[in-house]
Write a protein that binds this ligand. Structure first.
Ligand SMILES: Nc1ncnc2c1ncn2[C@@H]1O[C@H](COP(=O)(O)OP(=O)(O)OP(=O)(O)O)[C@@H](O)[C@H]1O
Length: 625
């Protein structure tokens, strides 16, 4: 209670020196910066106030610069301390003339201090005894706590009390900071767990869900918030395998599972579950991470490069035959129907298959190619359809998806389909009919969305007649058919393909070959190309490797190609004589000249060189008519 006398004093009593008070905005900023200090100190300040019997004191809290942040005390004593000591929120005490005040000393020495009665320098302070203690966190000063009693007499317990309270505040702040750190970490952790593409489930040792992320709740078909606190067995319509980890104490990595939730949604998952143990090794829960296999496959495909790199622009050739094939293939790209590409080996069937895929709506999906002839018969089935966990000894634990599953959402290219073993064809028929795959040794049926392109250099109808290939498969594959013509039936394409391949190989081998001489090109044009474009590519690669100039010449071509040309000229004559390439060229020109009875125009036509080139060669080899 403020009595009459006291009121009188407040009106007339001597005032503390008029000292600075922080401007409002700056004070608000300082308050915000010291919010943790204030929040934790306030509890102690209120407690101290209620604990003390006498009410002739105030308790103030300052920041590290002696700015008053908080003040508590009885109403009268607050007014009095305001007048005598400038104790009010926002006051700047370090500018006090009284450098020897308890607060300034505690700040300066970072240790508790007490200043009583006449020890004060300021006259208005002399009726007070002050006790201050620094508040330190990790050796850094945060502020001070000060008790000022309106009495000259020192109080034996006051300093001890203020030191203990400052220590209490320090501990409180440390805990507060720890909690904030933990909260922040948890925020990060939950941000991570919420943003991963996998489902994340945590149960305690009784099987009760303690955490489930958004993705996990989608897969399990349950409400994320409502699941917390419920037993996992009550949430799903199947026996949760995560409970096995609780009973065995053993986790597992990347096991494959197919689950169906209460909504009837089916998920094909790869699961990893691990027990959580406390510091004594006691099992306290299980963490379960499950990812949808379709994303795993996508990743596998992108890492294995299961992509089609060629487009129709890569199919070189101006002949009407190849242009016709390209037009049919472009049409095929617009549909998802099964497609059969027929052509001799090396004609570019895979090139066509890739171009079709890249031109189709599945271009962003995988392109998976498998050569049925290059694979041991026993492996084809599991390569194509995968195998279930434990299907055979030696198989990877947990099973493996096959090419059809990996091609989901894209295209599968079955090269050399004519070589597919008859035993595997029945299973292939099922995929062709209803796009369903059953792994070897398994019974789960996986639906796949795959476009099938098959290719062969065999006559499939003949193979069907010989019971080596199933008619039903043949008819299903033969929905759209593309015939890729052999190179010998489109000789007009040889020049443009050669130039295209030279560029391509040159780049790959980092060579400087830019072209081919006319005579070398003519040799190529008259070859029969049993191995088609692949053979041409190989011959050019070999030539570029041995070419020292920047044009490929006859000398760099293999002998069998040149001799094939001379055989055409004189196929009655055995050609086993060993001779140099130049000799061979000379002999060839000589034969042609004889064959054409010295007619230069005719001979140059047969040799496919200009008259000038022929004259030059004749001069070089000293040939006359
Ligand atoms: N028209 C073309 N233009 C450019 N390059 C071509 C052309 N045709 C084929 N090639 C190239 O020839 C090589 C063989 O082509 P590809 O592998 O597609 O033939 P294939 O018919 O599938 O062979 P196989 O029957 O032996 O599997 C590849 O390097 C390909 O790029």
């Amino acid at each position: 209670m403020i009595n009459k006398e006291s009121m009188e004093f407040l009106k007339t009593g001597s005032m503390a020196k008029d000292r600075n008070v922080l401007p409002k905005e700056l004070f608000e900023r300082i308050i915000a910066n010291n919010s943790i200090l204030i929040e934790n100190a306030k509890v102690f300040m209120d407690y101290l106030l209620s604990f003390m019997q006498e009410k002739n004191f105030t308790i103030i809290l300052t920041d590290k610069n002696a700015n008053v942040l908080e003040i508590v005390g009885g109403e009268y004593i607050l007014q009095r301390s305001k007048k005598d000591l400038n104790f009010l929120k926002g006051a700047i005490l370090n500018e006090s003339l009284d450098e020897k005040s308890a607060i300034n000393l505690a700040i300066k020495h970072k240790s508790p201090s007490q200043v009583c009665g006449d020890e004060h320098q300021e006259p208005s302070h002399k009726n007070w005894s002050c006790y201050a203690a620094p508040i330190m966190i990790e050796e850094e000063l945060m502020g001070t706590l000060c008790l000022s009693a309106y009495t000259k007499e020192p109080n034996a317990k006051a300093l001890g009390m203020i030191i203990a309270s400052a220590k209490g505040i320090e501990n409180q702040i440390k805990n507060h900071l720890k909690t904030l750190k933990i909260q922040e970490q948890m925020k990060y952790q939950s941000a991570i767990v919420e943003n991963i593409s996998e489902g994340f489930l945590m149960i305690d040792n009784k099987g009760v869900v303690t955490y489930l992320n958004e993705k996990g709740s989608k897969i399990l078909g349950v409400n994320k918030v409502e699941s917390i606190g419920r037993h996992i067995g009550d949430l799903v319509p199947f026996k949760p395998i995560i409970l096995e980890v609780l009973s065995t104490g053993k986790g597992y990595t990347d096991r494959e599972y197919v689950l169906e939730n209460y909504k009837g949604e089916k998920f094909h998952l790869l699961k990893t579950a691990n027990p959580i143990r406390d510091e004594n090794g006691e099992l306290i829960g299980v963490i379960d991470i499950f990812k949808e296999i379709k994303y795993v496959k996508k990743m596998v495909n992108s890492m294995l490069g299961a992509k089609a790199s060629f487009t129709f622009d890569d199919i070189v050739g101006d002949s009407s035959k190849i242009q016709e094939s390209i037009a049919i293939a472009k049409n095929a790209a617009q549909s998802s129907s099964n497609t059969l590409i027929l052509g001799e080996s090396g004609t570019g069937k895979e090139l066509f298959a890739q171009a079709i895929h890249n031109h189709s709506s599945r271009r962003n999906g995988p392109f998976i190619a498998i050569n049925c002839a290059a694979m041991p018969k026993e492996l084809i089935e599991s390569e194509l359809f995968g195998y279930a966990a434990g299907a055979f000894t030696g198989g990877i634990k947990g099973g493996r998806p096959g090419k059809f599953e990996l091609a989901n959402g894209g295209t599968i290219f079955l090269d050399e389909i004519g070589d597919m073993p008859i035993s595997v064809q029945a299973k292939l028929l099922r995929v062709l009919q209803d796009r369903k795959v059953v792994r070897v040794g398994g019974d789960n049926v996986f639906k796949v969305d795959v476009r099938i392109i098959a290719a062969t250099n065999k006559n499939l109808q003949e193979a069907c007649k010989a019971n080596e290939f199933r008619w039903d498969i043949y008819y299903r594959l033969n929905v759209l058919t593309i015939n890729v013509p052999p190179l010998r039936k489109r000789k007009e394409d040889i020049e443009v393909i050669t130039l295209h391949l030279i560029k391509k190989i040159n780049k790959r081998l980092e060579k400087v070959v830019t072209g081919i001489t006319e005579s070398a090109l003519n040799v190529l044009k008259s070859n029969s190309w049993k191995g088609n474009v692949r053979e041409l590519e190989n011959i050019l690669e070999r030539a570029i490797n041995v070419c020292e100039g920047n044009e490929i010449d006859i000398q760099q071509l293999p002998e069998n190609i040149i001799s094939e040309q001379s055989m055409i000229v004189d196929n009655n004559e055995d050609f086993f004589e060993i001779m140099s390439l130049e000799e061979m060229e000379r002999k060839l020109i000589e034969k042609i000249l004889i064959h054409c009875k010295g007619n230069i125009s005719k001979a140059s036509k047969v040799l496919s060189v200009s008259r000038n080139t022929l004259y030059n060669k004749m001069e070089k080899y000293r040939l006359t008519i």
